[in-house]
Design a protein around this ligand. Structure first.
Ligand code: CAA
Length: 257
C-alpha cells in the first residue's frame, strides 16, 4: 500500500507508523487518519509484527486535526462524511500500540495518543485539548478517553482551559507511562516495544482485551472475561513452552501460536 502522509517501517517485530506532514506540524487530515488506521490494521494481521508504534518527528507529535480541512464543515456535511467512524476501528486493534511523543500532542493528536495503549513522552512533550479556543470541543473520543484516564474534575480542567500540559504532569496523572529526555524518546519507545515483542504474543493480546474491558464492564463481567481469556491461553503452544521453560530453568522461546 502506498502512503502519502505517513512513513511506515519495521524494526524487528515492531511496526512503526510515522506521521509525516511536517509543514503543518503533522496536522491530521482525514486521509492521514485513514492511512494510519489502515496501516495499524495491516500490522495487526501481520504475524511478523508483534507491537506497533505511532510517532511524530523530533519536534512535534502532531498539532491536532487539520483546522483548514474542518473550518467550512456543516453538521450535514459531517453527518454524510462520518469522519470519526475510522477512529472506532482503532479500538478494535488487538496488538499493543505505543505512542512515542515529542513536542506538541494536541487535540486530535492527543486523542490518537489516548487511543494507544501506552505513551512514552519526552520532557518537551505538551499535551492538551485546545478545541475550546476554536469554539468547538474534542470529537474523536477526547472527552471520554481523558475522563476515563484522569477523572471528571481534572478532565474538565484540561478541556475547559484548553492549555497545553507538560509531560511530567501528564505522567503524574497516569496518562503517560514514561518521560525521558527528548532525544531519547525514540530509543526508549523502541526498547519498551522490543521488550513487549519478546513476551508471549497471545498472552499480550488476551491481557489487552481484559484490561481494556475493565473500563466498561462490571467487576463480575470483567472477571468472567478474564477467566475465559485465561482458559484460552492454555490452547496456545506458548503456554506449554512458557511453563516447560520454567521447569527446565531456561528462557522461553515464544512463537505466537
Ligand atoms: N491544522 C492545520 N494547520 C496547522 C495546525 C492544525 N491543527 N496546527 C498548525 N498548523 C500549521 C499552521 O497553520 C502553520 O502553517 P503556515 O506555516 O502555512 O502558516 C504551520 O502549521 C506551523 O504552525 P505555527 O506557525 O502555528 O507554529 P507555532 O510553533 O507558532 O505554534 C501551535 C504551534 C501552538 C501547535 C499552533 O500551531 C497551534 O495552536 N495549532 C493548532 C492547535 C489546535 O488548535 N489543535 C486542535 C485542532 S481541532 C481538533 O483536533 C478537533 C478534534 O478533536 C478532532
Amino acid at each position: 500500500m502506498s502512503h502519502q502522509l505517513i512513513k511506515v517501517y519495521e524494526e524487528g517485530q515492531v511496526g512503526v507508523v510515522e506521521l509525516n506532514r511536517p509543514n503543518v506540524l503533522n496536522a491530521l487530515n482525514r486521509q492521514m487518519v485513514d492511512e494510519i488506521v489502515d496501516q495499524l490494521e495491516m500490522y495487526d494481521r501481520n504475524p511478523e509484527i508483534r507491537v506497533m508504534m505511532i510517532k511524530g518527528n523530533d519536534k512535534v507529535f502532531a498539532a491536532g486535526a487539520d483546522i483548514d480541512e474542518m473550518m467550512e464543515e456543516t453538521p450535514l456535511s459531517m453527518e454524510m462524511a462520518n469522519p470519526f467512524a475510522v477512529w472506532d476501528r482503532m479500538t478494535l486493534i488487538k496488538k499493543p500500540v505505543i505512542a512515542s511523543v515529542n513536542g506538541f500532542c494536541l487535540g486530535g493528536a492527543f486523542e490518537l495518543a489516548l487511543h494507544c495503549d501506552l505513551i512514552i513522552a519526552g520532557e518537551d512533550a505538551k499535551f492538551g485539548f485546545p478545541e475550546v479556543k476554536l469554539g468547538v470541543m474534542p470529537g474523536a473520543g477526547g472527552t471520554q478517553l481523558l475522563t476515563k484516564a484522569i477523572g471528571q474534575r481534572k478532565a474538565l480542567e484540561w478541556i475547559w482551559l484548553g492549555e497545553p500540559f507538560k509531560a511530567d504532569e501528564a505522567q503524574s496523572l497516569g496518562i503517560v507511562n514514561r518521560v525521558v529526555a527528548p532525544e531519547l524518546v525514540k530509543e526508549e519507545s523502541m526498547r519498551f516495544a522490543q521488550s513487549l515483542a519478546n513476551q508471549a504474543p497471545i498472552s499480550v493480546r488476551l491481557i489487552k482485551e481484559a484490561v481494556r474491558a475493565a473500563e466498561d464492564l462490571s467487576l463480575m463481567d470483567g472477571m468472567k472475561l478474564e477467566r475465559k481469556n485465561f482458559y484460552l491461553a492454555f490452547d496456545s503452544e506458548d503456554q506449554k513452552e512458557g511453563m516447560k521453560a520454567f521447569v527446565e530453568k531456561r528462557p522461553p522461546h515464544f512463537k505466537g501460536v
